[in-house]
Design a protein around this ligand. Structure first.
Ligand SMILES: O=C(O)c1ccccc1NCC(=O)[C@H](O)[C@H](O)COP(=O)(O)O
Length: 221
């Protein structure tokens, strides 16, 4: 087994949480973004977080949220990390990290080489980086679009902070993505769903299993 850490994002039910835990994933992401088919209310997220077993890290995902929303989330939902997935500046990342005392993962959208510079800026203030496909201009969602970017842009790269590869990953391509990039952490939302917002336990298990065998090694039989 390898030490690849897996995040499954956009959990909406206790069955989703149970499937993620059973698959051996490491992070469970809760999306606070009403336009998303994976959006959960604070009360729903609290129930899901309380259902998560010890050891499954609970991540609150917000998009350009103000302090009032972040206060409400952190006062009600037991969390292990905050994921900022909007246009938050490095200063805002540092501010959120100081205000809530939780590790912060900053999402950075990548489409081409020019987008990589931001990674270095955020790496000075965030605890982790989520390197995701940059959403198309007309996209409704800043993430969770099932779109990948050219993994060669981040292949074998190292930054000051740990990073997580995201964007269009699936059970069928995650091993190749890891092998090509040497990512030590991966994240998926739509690639383990049977329909938008409907997590598929079998795809969650397949994704997590595939992520642990990036060399393409398969058990016989
Ligand atoms: O997943 C969402 O619906 C979402 C909505 C708004 C902002 C971010 C969102 N997801 C962020 C994630 O961390 C996703 O896992 C990441 O963008 C990868 O998504 P996918 O390409 O669907 O695997």
């Amino acid at each position: 087994m390898t030490d690849i850490r897996v995040k499954i994002c956009g959990l909406r039910t206790e069955a989703d949480v149970a499937a993620v835990a059973a698959a051996g994933a490491h992070y469970a992401g809760f999306v606070f973004f009403p336009k998303s088919p994976r959006h959960v209310t604070i009360a729903e997220a609290r129930t899901l977080a309380l259902a998560a077993p010890v050891g499954l890290a609970k991540v609150a995902l917000t998009v350009d949220a103000d302090d009032a929303l972040l206060d409400a989330i952190t006062e009600s939902v037991p969390l292990d990390m905050m994921q900022l997935h909007g246009y938050e500046s490095p200063d805002r990342v540092a501010e959120v990290r100081a205000r809530y005392g939780l590790p912060v993962m900053k999402a950075v959208g990548v489409a081409d080489e020019g987008d990589l510079a931001a990674i270095f800026d955020y790496a000075t203030v965030a605890d982790q980086l989520l390197i995701d496909a940059k959403p198309p201009r007309n996209a409704d969602l800043p993430g969770g679009n099932g779109l990948s970017f050219d993994w060669r842009l981040v292949a074998q790269r190292r930054w000051l902070r740990p990073w997580m590869l995201a964007g269009g990953l699936t059970p069928d391509n995650v091993a190749e993505a890891i092998r090509l990039t040497n990512a030590r952490q991966v994240d998926v939302s739509s690639g383990v769903e049977s329909a938008p917002g409907q997590k598929d336990p079998a795809r969650i298990a397949a994704f997590t299993r595939a992520a642990q065998r990036p060399s393409g090694f398969r058990m016989p039989g």
